[in-house]
Design a binder for this molecule. Structure first.
Ligand SMILES: CC(C)(COP(=O)(O)OP(=O)(O)OC[C@H]1O[C@@H](n2cnc3c(N)ncnc32)[C@H](O)[C@@H]1OP(=O)(O)O)[C@@H](O)C(=O)NCCC(=O)NCCS
Length: 171
């Protein structure tokens, strides 16, 4: 199976915040943003693997700034690391100033997708080769995030999470 680059599957989704998608403060409802991120990230996972992909876990979400009604929101979903059948996808979220067009980072989410066959069984995916410095940092950290996610899901013993434990090792 041939290796792929994050730029081969990157997905950029831009859309408006409309009435009906907001909370009582007239800011984008968190669940609406999560659904948009899930859509963008699942397209990236599908482009990378060329398979059916299912969301296995949401590893991290940060809503750093409220997104007001009428804002233009862009999500960029990029593969950060692949394992055997699973892929970690990092989605960066930003809005743009109406007058200047300047981008403001408003959040980030990290999801894990698994490629499956027609019966829902996990299948192997191509490996990803990081391109940018940021890709390389995210690639390095992804194994620790996978271990934490598996521990929280009760699928890994903390004692086996060697890379995650190393983060807390006292010099
Ligand atoms: C995701 C799913 C396919 C995993 O199936 P499974 O029987 O646990 O399969 P495995 O144990 O072989 O795990 C498959 C991969 O998923 C990874 N995985 C499973 N649970 C995970 C979790 N909580 N966090 C991170 N990775 C996880 C495993 O580490 C493995 O990765 P690898 O092959 O790259 O090493 C299965 O749980 C599923 O279909 N879940 C429902 C998905 C869905 O419907 N999502 C939409 C929600 S509405």
């Amino acid at each position: 199976m041939q290796d792929k680059k994050p730029s081969d599957s990157v997905t950029v989704l831009t859309d408006l915040v409309l009435p009906g998608e907001t909370n009582p403060l007239n800011n984008l409802f968190g669940g609406e943003l999560l659904a948009r991120i899930d859509r963008a990230a699942s397209i990236t996972a599908r482009r990378h693997s060329r398979r059916i992909c299912v969301t296995a876990s949401v590893n991290h979400v940060a809503f750093n700034r409220a997104i007001p009604l009428g804002a233009v929101v862009t999500i960029e979903a990029r593969v950060s690391r692949t394992f055997t059948s699973s892929m970690e996808i990092v989605s960066d979220v930003w809005t743009e100033d109406r007058e200047t067009g300047i981008k403001n980072s408003v959040g980030q989410a990290i999801y894990t997708f698994v490629a499956v066959d027609d019966t829902g069984r996990p299948v192997e995916v191509p490996q990803v080769v990081p391109e940018t410095e940021e890709d390389k940092k995210r690639f390095e950290a992804a194994l620790r995030r996978k271990q934490l996610s598996l521990i929280l899901a009760g699928k890994m013993k903390p004692a086996d999470a060697t890379e995650l434990k190393a983060l807390f090792a006292v010099e």
